[in-house]
Design a protein around this ligand. Structure first.
Ligand code: PEP
Ligand code: MG
Length: 891
């Protein structure tokens, strides 16, 4: 290579043609990038570059620039040149695992260095003995903006600081970017401050100090007791262990160093002069805490009948109209009705164990982590906003600190280091947090110990946002009321149902899948309770009145007695309904309504039969295989469905083909990331990318005996074209399987287009089944899992009812029947209206069958017809609910 570096005069970064020459940062033979023994590098995932097998333990700067990153563990550094090229220098393979052993960084993050300056010294023996390889990598992290136009050839031996190694050129159109922090250092400032306020440099002042330094063209760090931390890292600042009375040094470098140091010092002194953090209570127990307490109106709250089946959205409506709650009470949205008394058990406190190795590339894992952090940040932002609006300063403070921790560079960089080594985003994040908790554990300060709890909290939030759940089996007390941010279907499928009396969630919606499962389990459940739920201490006694959307913590003995009496009364009503549950249901004027069950497992099928279900109206097959690591084979499909059909003892089963995507994920299927998964490849659309999954399932379904016991239901159909293609394929597969009879195929009506085109669909379908959960979501444009919208995402909205009406009219043109399998079918206020609109099948969760049959028997069909038409003219879901309650009071 022709370019000659001249490190001595520090002019190496670019030549006249705008090329950037990098000199060898290590001495030793060149290794081609493709030969670096780590696919992360050899695959170019870190960008284009070159390897060196080092013969000396010294890494020098390959160019002038700013050190924008020095790994916490000292094994890697990034330098950004004045032109904006980002040069990553990574010593050895898997060396992050050495946790700093053998590495001695010689410069600090943010330092301006010249080509040839020593960046890191390392002990070759230690590293060679502990790491898989010493081969080191020089990669251009922004290879999209800079290309390597020349590189040292193999064969020769490089001399660190002398031999030219790579020549870079900005790609056409790529603007030369001066990297963050690359401004020339023109000033240095120092100042000492003694922390006189209680608690010393704990989280709140740390967060304020960080804010104070923002916007200055300077890098500021705080030093104490031989330790130092960049001011933007709250975790680092906490790790200094600078308690009350400590004297810290503030050091600034950069054009505005003096001003930045001044601002930081003032902030610390301001804290010292009495503007202390009022320490927020972390838990509600047993004293009431005015945080997160939504309100409800006693006059609108009596929405559930003695039937034991409440309107899931009715409680939501009552919350929306809320005004004031009793003390010690939190409001939520009813996801499954009922009343329960028990001890609060924080389900989220169990450890989540993420897989260590990543499925995807480091780049995709990094993106997943970014996405999860952004989601948690948005969640916390709205919590802080709500708390501030209510004047709950303490709570707002806690969650503000959590937001700051979430973007802490110490944590995020450590996680990225691990991701670059092939670890999964969840594992990397958890390990980064653990390392910081260990640092805090060494600092003797009670307030800092509390920060460890904050770190654990954000760790869990991010892991949950990554879709990970706690799978550890837990010892539960009798009468456990399980509390979680939001249960996942897999959490609930492994619950000990004999000990759990209720489920309460900070997030979620009444039609989210956790709610559906809660109803299937017959457990009272509340969702969308907000973060206040997390402040109730473990073991606190609570009364859950899910029907009316309320949770009372630390109740009086009288309240507990009253709740237990209500439980008994409801049990009596359930018993009466149960005795008649095995008879078919018809209105008083003789219109027969099939009351079927929604199920997800073989156990559910048995419960459905025990509860008197006439049939299975919806088998959600994705939940049947949720724990699996590989897609089920044809035979596994067949066996699972056969077992369910056998358990139904002659009743028919409507089996829905796989409906994964959006809020339903299965382990064995990694779907391509989508910006808007609810509008993406879900339901039947999945066949566009994985036709094999659908084919295997259909083959399994078509092999079930006796022929005719199974009807196939297709989810998320948009129009007749899709249906006709699938119908044709099903008929072909049936012929291949030697089936002479035609299999019945139905269509889910869950998107407005399907409801509007119901007549076209009914021409080719044997029946239509309305999925009101999704139909409501897509009609009202309200995410079914968005807790803030849980009260408004009500299936009794007249717009949704008009689509139900359109569906029935469309089906009637071709003499086809219409059922409802969304949650609305199990809502006692909705039942008369659905029957009145012409629906002839209601498919509900197994425990609801007896009560829904009892409800149907009390109706007059002709009256329902008239009143349903009137309801279509109303202007809100609440108006519909009020009218329904007036015409058909709940028991
Ligand atoms: C629905 O959308 O109403 C439905 C029954 O399907 P799922 O809840 O499984 O999406
Ligand atoms: Mg659906």
């Amino acid at each position: 290579m022709s370019h000659t570096a001249s490190p001595a005069n520090g002019q190496t970064a670019s030549d006249v043609a705008g090329h950037i020459v990098l000199i060898a940062p290590l001495s030793g033979p060149v290794v081609l990038l493709a030969d670096v023994p780590d696919p992360v590098f050899s695959g170019g995932m870190f960008g284009d570059g070159i390897g060196v097998d080092p013969l000396e333990g010294k890494l020098v700067a390959p160019c002038d620039g700013v050190v924008t990153h020095i790994a916490r563990t000292g094994h890697a550094a990034t330098i950004v040149t004045a032109e904006g090229a980002e040069v990553l220098l990574h010593i050895g393979i898997d060396t992050v695992a050495l946790n700093g052993k053998g590495f001695a960084p010689m410069v600090e993050q943010g330092a301006q260095v010249r080509a040839g300056d020593v960046l890191i010294e390392f002990d070759q023996d230690i590293v060679a003995c502990s790491a898989p390889s010493l081969v080191s990598v020089i990669a251009i992290a922004n290879s999209d903006a800079f290309e390597i136009i020349e590189r040292s050839s193999t064969g020769g031996t490089l001399k660190a600081g002398e031999t030219p190694l790579l020549v870079l050129r900005a790609r056409d159109g790529a603007a030369a970017v001066i990297a963050r922090g690359a401004s020339a250092v023109t000033e240095e400032a120092r100042r000492q401050v003694t922390l006189t306020h209680a608690g010393g440099l704990h989280a709140r002042p740390a967060a304020r100090v960080r804010e104070a330094a923002r916007g200055f063209d300077a890098r500021v760090e705080v030093r104490f007791n031989g330790r130092k931390a960049p001011v933007e890292s709250v975790v680092g600042l906490l790790g200094l262990g600078a308690g009350e009375g400590a004297t810290v040094e503030i050091l600034g470098l950069g054009a505005q160093a003096a001003a930045a140091v001044e601002a930081v010092a003032n902030e610390l002194l301001r804290e010292a002069h009495g503007e202390h953090e009022e320490k927020p209570a972390r838990q509600i127990s047993p004293a009431p805490q005015a945080f997160g307490v939504a309100a409800t109106d006693a006059t609108t709250s009596a929405v559930a009948g003695a039937s034991g089946v409440a309107s899931t959205s009715a409680a939501a409506a009552s919350n929306a109209a809320a005004s004031a709650l009793a003390p010690n009470t939190l409001a939520g949205v009813c996801a499954a009705p009922g009343v329960a008394v028990g001890k609060l058990v924080r389900w989220d406190d169990a450890d989540i164990v993420p897989p260590e190795q990543a499925d995807g590339t480091p780049a995709s894992e990094s993106r997943r982590l970014d996405k999860a952090i952004a989601a948690v940040d948005a969640e916390l932002n709205s919590t802080v906003r709500d708390a501030s609006q209510r004047g709950a300063v303490g709570a707002a403070g806690i969650f503000t600190v959590h937001r700051v921790l979430l973007e802490d560079p110490t944590l995020v960089d450590a996680a990225r280091d691990l991701i670059s080594l092939g670890k999964s985003a969840g594992f990397a994040w958890r390990e980064a947090i653990r390392a910081q908790i260990a640092v805090l554990a060494d600092v003797e300060d009670a307030l800092l110990a509390e920060r460890a709890a904050d770190l654990r909290d954000i760790s869990k939030r991010v892991l949950r946002a990554l879709g990970l759940a706690n799978t550890t089996a837990r010892e539960l007390p009798d009468e456990a009321v399980l509390a979680a941010d939001e249960f996942t279907p897999s959490d609930l499928s492994s619950l000990d149902r004999t000990r759990v009396t209720a489920l309460v969630m900070a997030r979620g919606g009444a039609t989210s899948h956790a709610s559906i499962i809660a109803r299937q389990l017959g457990l009272p459940a509340l969702v969308a309770m907000g973060d206040a739920l997390h402040l109730i201490a473990e073991d606190t006694q609570v009364v859950v009145d899910a029907t009316n959307g309320r949770l009372e913590y630390a109740p009086s003995a009288r309240d507990v007695e009253r709740a237990r009496n209500e439980c008994r009364r409801l049990a009596g009503v359930r018993e009466t309904n149960r005795r008649a549950s095995h008879q078919v249901a018809a209105t008083s004027d003789g219109r027969g309504i099939e009351v079927a069950s929604n199920i997800a497992t073989l156990d559910d099928a048995k419960t459905a039969v025990d509860n008197g279900a006439d049939a299975v109206g919806l088998l959600r097959t994705e939940l049947l295989f949720i724990h699996r690591q590989a897609a089920p084979t044809v035979d596994e499909h067949r066996q699972s469905y056969q077992a369910i059909v056998d358990a139904l003892a002659g009743r028919t089963a409507i089996i829905r083909t796989l409906d994964v995507g959006a809020d339903k994920e299965v382990d064995y299927l990694t779907l391509p990331p989508e910006p808007n998964p609810a509008l993406g490849l879900r339901g039947i659309r999945l066949a566009q990318v994985r036709p094999d999954l659908l084919e295997d399932q259909l083959r399994g379904l078509l092999a079930v005996q006796p022929v005719g016991a199974v009807r196939i239901l297709l989810p998320m159909v948009t129009d007749a074209g899709e249906l006709v293609r699938l119908r044709r394929r099903i008929d072909e597969l049936a012929r291949e399987a030697g089936r002479a009879e035609r299999v019945e195929v139905g269509v889910m009506i869950e998107v407005p287009s399907a409801a509007l085109l119901a007549d076209q669909l009914a021409q080719h379908a044997d029946f239509l089944s309305i999925g009101t959960n999704d139909l409501t979501q897509y009609t009202l444009a309200m995410d079914r899992c968005q807790p803030d919208l849980a009260a408004q995402a009500d299936g009794l909205h007249p717009a949704v009812l008009r689509l139900v009406d359109a569906t029935v009219r469309g089906a009637q043109k071709h003499g086809k029947w219409v059922g409802v399998c969304g949650a609305l079918a199990g809502d006692p206020l909705a039942v008369p209206l659905l029957v009145g609109l012409g629906v002839t099948e209601l498919s509900v969760d197994p425990p609801s069958v007896p009560a829904i049959k009892a409800r149907v028997r009390k109706l007059d069909y002709q009256q329902c017809r008239q009143r349903a038409q009137d309801a279509l003219a109303l202007d809100s879901a609440q108006a519909v609910r009020t009218a329904s309650r007036a015409h058909w009071p709940l028991d």
